[in-house]
Structure formats: structure tokens, C-alpha cells
Design a protein around this ligand. Structure first.
Ligand SMILES: [Zn+2]
Length: 415
């Protein structure tokens, strides 16, 4: 056998090994409460009439009740995202519609899914073998600069909010436009932005720093009385994207007691993919704009999914990175921040299909457990990564909320 053939065979067996899940990895996976903190499936619920009970094997979505069951996904934080472009002028209404879409799914499938608002709810759902559905708002623009709206969202069950999405809003700078001189920036968080963080702490809504500019991140860490989360962010030392977190930021989250939930998006976890995506970015964006203009000219409504369709075609031009790239990010965050500060924030249904090889939906989550086991992670540490760390942070956020409210009650009665 020549060297070329033998190394090809080695490669083949290595990639096959990555695809199979051994009984011991399966057992570790099945005994965990698995929490994923970011899926954009509500866009499908609302605009595509997608039903989470869908069992069509050809459906390209990443999340369904069948797929969640196959991957032992215990809790999903559904992303409540008002597209700043297509829902401009009515962010709050779009946010409420998106929230409603999650409740509608839970109401249709009470035997397999339940709304969840706390750590205790997630544990209860796990015992009942139901998918716990939680909600996180993506983008502080949803509150329309009104702290009362923020409170309303909490009352409806929203349990985290990213302070910004890719757009800088009136009180928080975003990593998405931080270099754009046409955007008015605030050098991080404004005073109102800091009030938002403290009100989130008081209510028990997790402060999510995914998407924000670096200065906003450090302002949020300095302001928050509770641990913060990054619901879907990866490591910048490995993949040089401004959406990813530097090692300094990872260490600051560790010090703060928070957790970084690793994003699976190909352009955030693989430098080759990121460069290829960057090279075609202008052309791809122009194609999206052309599609939007065409629909508008025809008098048709434009949703995120219309743009996503074009983005998928462009994403498909670049080969998917290996699963190893994703595992490298989890491993890096575990090494820099510590194994108590890393988890999973897939970005399922929000990445135009651009996931690493082997991860086609939530059903493939056991492959991550296998890969971590192969790298020497213990069962205990794997359980932390799969959901334990997020549950610890969520519990801390609940505790800080209870204490803050008790303190406020004491000072108001003593006056
Ligand atoms: Zn996002």
C-alpha cells in the first residue's frame, strides 16, 4: 500500500470514527440535561408556518421535536429576533409576534413540549421527557428604549436578552457595525444601557453579551450584579471574527462566574471558511439586496426567510468545515476560561445551513459528546458543557434577582 493510499484510509477511518457514537458516549449523552441557548426557529414558526412536530425527513431545518428527541436536547432557548431591516418601525410588535409563535407551538404539542421559565421548569420538563421551550430576545432594539417593555417581555417569559444584535442601538454598541463611521456609537453602554442591565438583574433575566462590541462587553461585566452569558459566541483566538470573544473576554467571563455558549456557525469556528465567506461577502450581500428589491417592487412582504434563501445559496458554495473546528473552539474556551464556563449555543436555523460536517440538526448532538470523550473530557465535564454550566449560571441569576428584590423590599419598609 503506498503512502498516499494509507493516509487516505487513515483519514477515512478518522472521519468515520467521528461519525459513529459509541455506547459509552451515548450513555453519557443520554444521562445529561442538554441545554442549547440559541435557535432561530421562531422565524420559521412565524413566517413559514413551520410546525415543530414536522417529521418530514427532507425538511432542512435544524430543530423539530423528533430531532430534539434523537439528540436528547432537553431545553432550547428560542431566539426572539426582530429583524431591524424588515421589521423597522414596529420592533415591539414583531417581538410579541415572535413570542406568541413559541407559545403556539407548545400549545399544539403539550405531550412533547412545554414552556419553561426557570431552572426548576427545565428539570421538570426533563423528568417528563418533554422539550423545555425557553425564550431569549436577540437585540436590545426590541425594547424600543422603554424599560417598561423590557419588564413586559420578562413577564411573558423571556429569560435572556442580547444587549445588541448586529446593529448598534440607542444604548449599546454592536460588534456588527463598530467600524462603520456612519453609525453613532456610545463608547460601549450608555447610562440607560447600564440601567437596562441592572433591571435585568433585578428581574432575573440573563444579561447576554453575544453580538455586542468589546467595550459594551466590558461595561456590561462591570455593571452586572449577576453572572453574564454569551448565548452564541465562539473564540477569536482561533477564528478572527469580531463576533467571537478574545481570550481576555473569556477570562473576564470566568471571573464573573458566567458562561460562553459556543456558536456552531461555520464562519465563526473555522478560519478557512471565514476567509472564503469574507471573500464573497460583497457579492452575496448584493444578491440579497437584489432579492429584497425584487420582492418590494412586486409589492410582496419581505421577511428574514427571503434573505436567508439567497444566503443559503452563497453559503453552499463554500465547503463545510470539519466537526473538529467546532470541538477546537469548545476546547479552547474550556482551556482559557475553564471547563465551568463553556457550553453550547448552536445558532440552529440561523446560519443559512452553514454548520460543520456531521452536524445537520439537533439529532447530531451526540457526536459532540463523542468528540469531547475522544479528547479526554470526563463524564462530569461533558455534562457541564452540555448544559450543567448554563443551569448553574441561570440559577445564580435567579438567586441574585431574589436577593435584590428582598433587599429592595426591606429598604422600602424600613423607610
Ligand atoms: Zn445571533
Amino acid at each position: 500500500m503506498n503512502i498516499f493510499r494509507s493516509s487516505l484510509l487513515l483519514l477515512l477511518s478518522a472521519s468515520l470514527a467521528a461519525q459513529t457514537v459509541t455506547p459509552s458516549a451515548r450513555a453519557i449523552h443520554e444521562s445529561a440535561i442538554i441545554v442549547d441557548t440559541h435557535a432561530d426557529t421562531p422565524q420559521r414558526f412565524l413566517y413559514e408556518n413551520f410546525d415543530i412536530g414536522n417529521s418530514d425527513p427532507k425538511d432542512i431545518g435544524h430543530i423539530s421535536l423528533d430531532k430534539a428527541r434523537a439528540g436528547n436536547l432537553g431545553a432550547e432557548f428560542f431566539s426572539i429576533w426582530a429583524d431591524p431591516e424588515t421589521t423597522s418601525g414596529h420592533f415591539a410588535k414583531s417581538t410579541f409576534d415572535m413570542i406568541d409563535s413559541v407559545y403556539q407551538q407548545a400549545a399544539r404539542h403539550p405531550d412533547r413540549m412545554m414552556m419553561a421559565f426557570s431552572v426548576a421548569d427545565i428539570e421538570r420538563a426533563h423528568k417528563q421527557k418533554k422539550l423545555a421551550a425557553l425564550m431569549g430576545i436577540e437585540g436590545g432594539h426590541s425594547i424600543e428604549n422603554d424599560i417598561r417593555l423590557l419588564r413586559d417581555y420578562y413577564r411573558l417569559g423571556v429569560r435572556y436578552m442580547t444587549l445588541s444584535w448586529s446593529n448598534t442601538n440607542e444604548w449599546a454598541d454592536s460588534s456588527g457595525d463598530i467600524d462603520d463611521p456612519k453609525i453613532q456609537h456610545h463608547n460601549g453602554l450608555t447610562d440607560f444601557g447600564k440601567q437596562v442591565v441592572l433591571e435585568m438583574n433585578r428581574m432575573g433575566m440573563m444579561v447576554d453579551i453575544s453580538h455586542v462590541a468589546d467595550k459594551t462587553f466590558f461595561d456590561a461585566i462591570a455593571t452586572s450584579r449577576a453572572p453574564v452569558i454569551a448565548s452564541h459566541s465562539s473564540a477569536r483566538a482561533l477564528t478572527s471574527h469580531p463576533r467571537n470573544m478574545t481570550d481576555d473576554m473569556l477570562q473576564a467571563v470566568a471571573k464573573n462566574g458566567g458562561v460562553v455558549q459556543t456558536n456552531f456557525y461555520a464562519a465563526f469556528i473555522d478560519e478557512n471558511y471565514r476567509k472564503a465567506a469574507e471573500a464573497q461577502q460583497k457579492e452575496a450581500e448584493a444578491a440579497v439586496e437584489a432579492q429584497v428589491a425584487e420582492l418590494k417592487a412586486a409589492g410582496k412582504p419581505v421577511t428574514y426567510l427571503d434573505k436567508d434563501q439567497v444566503e443559503r445559496e452563497w453559503a453552499a458554495k463554500i465547503p463545510r468545515p470539519p466537526l473538529k473546528s467546532l470541538i477546537d473552539h469548545i476546547d479552547h474556551i474550556a482551556k482559557v476560561a475553564g471547563v465551568d464556563h463553556v457550553g453550547l449555543g448552536s445558532d440552529f436555523d440561523g446560519v443559512s445551513g452553514a454548520l460543520p460536517e456531521g452536524i445537520d440538526s439537533a439529532a447530531d448532538l451526540p457526536k459532540i459528546t463523542q468528540a469531547l470523550l475522544d479528547r479526554g473530557y470526563s463524564e462530569k465535564d461533558i455534562h457541564k458543557i452540555l448544559g450543567g454550566n448554563l443551569l448553574r449560571v441561570f440559577g445564580e441569576v435567579e438567586r441574585v434577582s431574589r436577593e435584590t428584590q428582598a433587599e429592595a423590599a426591606r429598604t422600602s419598609t424600613s423607610q
